[in-house]
Design a protein. Structure first.
Length: 132
């Protein structure tokens, strides 16, 4: 089923320029991933070609999971600084730590790393048990 979500603006850190671009967000959870009500699906952004381990450095957005929902869509009102490259990820935070840990289902945007040059970029992520 589909679930529309309302996202808050990512916090890019003190002293940074304000975010300049908006984009669309689509996260799909693979059928192999077991979902439990109340767990968090985290959408994270890493600088440049940084891996998921670095993703909390730029921004993180927690979305509440519903066990019967596998599609999460929405619009991120603002993100990303002009001339900067980012990598987008999502993962299921099974232990509630706020950080990705080995064994937690995750997935990257297929186009990582992405240089955002204008509004309307479509972030498309498949969260899987082992995205390879």
């Amino acid at each position: 089923s589909a679930f529309a979500l309302s996202l808050l603006t990512l916090t890019l850190g003190a002293g940074c320029q304000p975010p300049e671009y908006s984009f669309e967000l689509a996260i799909t959870v693979a059928p192999e991933v077991t979902l439990e009500d109340g767990q968090a699906l985290l959408f994270v952004v890493a600088p440049d070609s940084g891996g998921i381990e670095l993703a909390s450095e730029v921004g993180v957005e927690a979305l509440s999971i519903e066990s019967d929902t596998t599609q999460y869509t929405g619009a991120e009102p603002e993100c990303c600084l002009r001339g900067t490259t980012y990598s987008f990820y999502a993962f299921i935070d099974r232990d509630g730590s706020g950080d990705w840990n080995a064994g937690e289902p995750w997935g990257p945007d297929a186009s990582n790393p992405v240089a955002i040059s204008g509004d309307g970029y479509q972030v498309d992520i498949l969260v899987d048990v082992d995205p390879g």
